[in-house]
Design a binder for this molecule. Structure first.
Ligand code: MG
Length: 355
């Protein structure tokens, strides 16, 4: 069951149109695909998709880290996920995207060897679930129109990027709520764009628009600030940039700074730690969302399998594949229809890659 080879391949993910968040504008990003082979004949696929202003990694740093880790991982038993993560952690303190690429490939192999789709290997809580679609920052009119289109496409949840200007942000949500009516759910992501006072003012003003949750109002390091905002507002706060590791999850719980966790595989070094964060959250009464970076259907299917695997993961924000030109040569995996994600019943990720 030894790992006998680890290969990588670059794929360019191009957005259908530029995407603006409070931290920057994204038009296209390269993603690194991983192909791992074991001596008993299994092939596992993984993906590492860094966004430097979130994860601190670049495509080049991820590529270099995977190359370096491969020298240690080749020859190791692919069944020993704990030992594999120990080995990666001894080599690199952070580099979580790179570790995620390896982690997904291993889980693909483990589930294939068990002859189970990955979502059942991870617990099999459900085989389909509701997903949101995200609106990039634009003018009020553009954002309201986008929200309407998303509703017409069959989605029941829209996620709205805010955080550039507090006064405009309230207006944006007013126009969006007016455009989509009272029923559809709205999630907000401020991507660290507000200060404490603005956050309290904006969140209280937004309460009448029936908002499901607000992600990351303040800077990632400011847990005390989030605690104060949480104390003075009523919309649940979700930790994204403040939450990378299981240890961060404990710090958030201890500081009472958020209500919900946003787990992303690329932030936490993959499924191995995602399982830990979700378990910590579940035991402390924190529901989880699973989000994504700009990823192909390999990373997205791993994320979808985790969401489907776990009962405590009740929010899904994995729409990156709906915003990009589908890269050639990647088939199978999770499918999206009418605002829902449907898992494949094939073993592992259920994905084929033309290599
Ligand atoms: Mg976020």
């Amino acid at each position: 069951m030894k790992i006998i080879s680890i290969e990588t391949k670059k794929v360019e993910l191009k957005l259908l149109r530029p995407f603006t968040v409070s931290l920057g504008v994204i038009k296209a990003l390269p993603s690194l695909l991983i192909k791992m082979e074991t001596e008993d004949g299994y092939i596992g696929y993984g993906e590492a998709s860094p966004i430097s202003f979130v994860t601190g990694e670049t495509f080049e740093s991820v590529e270099a880290a995977i190359k370096a880790m491969s020298t240690q991982l080749i020859g190791m038993d692919s069944s020993c996920i704990e030992k594999i993560h120990d080995t990666m952690n001894r080599m690199f303190r952070e580099n979580n995207c790179a570790k995620t690429g390896i982690d997904i490939a291993i889980f693909d192999i483990l589930a294939k060897r068990a002859n189970l789709p990955l979502y059942k290997y991870l617990g099999g809580s459900k085989s389909s679930f509701e997903v949101d679609k995200t609106i990039s920052i634009g003018t009020n009119e553009e954002m309201a129109l986008d929200a309407k289109t998303i509703k017409e496409d069959g989605f029941n949840i829209v996620k709205v990027k805010l955080g550039l200007d507090p006064a405009d942000d309230i207006e944006r949500i007013r126009s969006i709520r007016e455009a989509i009516g009272p029923e559809m759910k709205i999630r907000i992501d401020a991507n660290q764009g507000w200060n404490k006072v603005d956050a309290i003012r904006v969140i209280n003003a937004l309460e009448k628009y029936n908002i499901q949750a607000i992600e990351q109002p303040l800077k990632y390091w400011d847990l005390e600030g989030h605690r104060i905002v949480k104390e003075k507002t009523m919309i649940p706060l979700m930790a994204d940039e403040s939450l990378f590791s299981p240890m961060d999850a404990i710090k958030i719980i201890k500081s009472n700074s958020f209500d919900i966790f946003n787990i992303k595989l690329m932030k936490c070094a993959g499924l191995h730690n995602a399982i830990k964060i979700n378990s910590i959250g579940e035991a402390a009464g924190y529901e989880c969302m699973v989000g994504c970076m700009l990823e192909s259907n390999i990373g997205i299917t791993a994320a979808a399998s985790f969401i489907a695997g776990k009962t405590n993961v009740t929010f899904a924000d994995i729409d990156s594949v709906l915003h990009i030109h589908k890269p050639e040569g990647i088939t199978g995996g999770v499918e999206f229809k009418d605002g829902k994600a449907y898992l494949s019943e094939k073993p592992g990720l259920g994905i084929e890659v033309q290599w």
